[in-house]
Design a protein around this ligand. Sequence first.
Ligand code: URA
Length: 451
Amino acid sequence: MATEPWLPQALLQRKRNGEALDAPALRRWMRGVAEGRVSDAQLGAFAMAVCLRGMSAAETLALTLAMRDSGDCLDWHAAGLDGPLLDKHSTGGVGDLTSLVLGPLIAACGGYVPMLSGRGLGHTGGTLDKLESIPGLRSEVDPTRLQQVVREAGVAIVAAGGALAPADQRLYAVRDVTATVDSIPLITGSILSKKLAAGSHALLLDVKVGSGATLADRGSAEALAASLVEVAHAAGLPTRALLTDMGEPLAGCVGNGLEMRAAIDYLLGTSTPPRLHELVLLLGVEMLQQGGLAADAADARRRLCAARDSGAAAQRLQHMVALLGGPADLLERHVRYLPGAACRVPVQAMESGVVSAIDASVLGMGLVALGGGRCVPGAAIDPRVGIDAIVAVGSPVEPGVPLAWIHTADASQAAAVRERLRRAFILGQRAEPAPILLRRVGACSDAEVTA
Ligand code: URA
């Protein structure tokens, strides 16, 4: 008997009309996405329908598993690792470079970190774009190479590639340019499909809140954290989430090369941006405890500080970079390898006051306008452009004082974004910087994690 042809538009119609999609239908759809039988237009329509109609928890779990099963899952049994596989993922932030330093730190403390990361998404930056600002480095690797890099360097921050969660790769690129980033089921499926495919023993989620986050408001971030933890546990992955503030860039800069440089300076100990340092220790302590690599929080903190102070974490980054095709002398010559753009233009304050808030999403979209993010899927980006020396919330300023500096390929480009960037800085009489940690969600027992 002839089988009926599969019509992608039938599923779109169901979702558009508000029906819940079942697991077999989602599995078939995501396989179609991975195999190229669903067009970008259909994928954009799917993303928009999910954005507008939402998904139940059961549907979100089915979506996540369908995305995971669109490709392979890593098997670590034969890898001979002598420590736990630990992973962390951020829901996305402007000037959030935490993964670039946390991965090497955890590796230097005895964990193994297979970190499948993403590119820029909407106004938020992507860890892979930051990493690829290093000349020669290629983050697209096959699973065999990924496992080899994890075994040798302890950390691999790489793209999922065509083999792992390939449906996410296509959906992610389409969401980036179709205003469908801020959907709780889509973010849940995107993050967890990659994490489940990577096969870690435990996961820590950094759920961002504030103007530089994918979901700016606290209520949405709480709902996202709950969705992520619930779906991860249902899929068998021990997971904790922390709600943390993303109301301003963590190291005073936004831009792929600039953030990579800030990450290296942090690991070398030559610069310690306070909000980055506090967040890194907070997340690192949690991860070492999840992996049974520290007796308690104080012990975990001591181990993380020692891994940074001794240079061991910086060496882990260097090792990973070299294995991924980057220069073997990155640590010594990173300023030369990551030069920034030729033209630097200040964004000056027009009046006196205290910086009471920053609209970090404006900084993120400013980066896209400068050529540091994408307007169409797969477009090339300029790793040198960005914004740095961004004043922190709470800083007093006078007229003429730079609020930030634009790094651009040409001055006319800077003129086009300067006014918009100036309006991102809200001046008032006084300001209290927000605490980094807002809330913990879903702590599981450390006993759940075994190497
Ligand atoms: N990170 C991801 O991998 N996916 C999202 O949708 C958001 C952040």
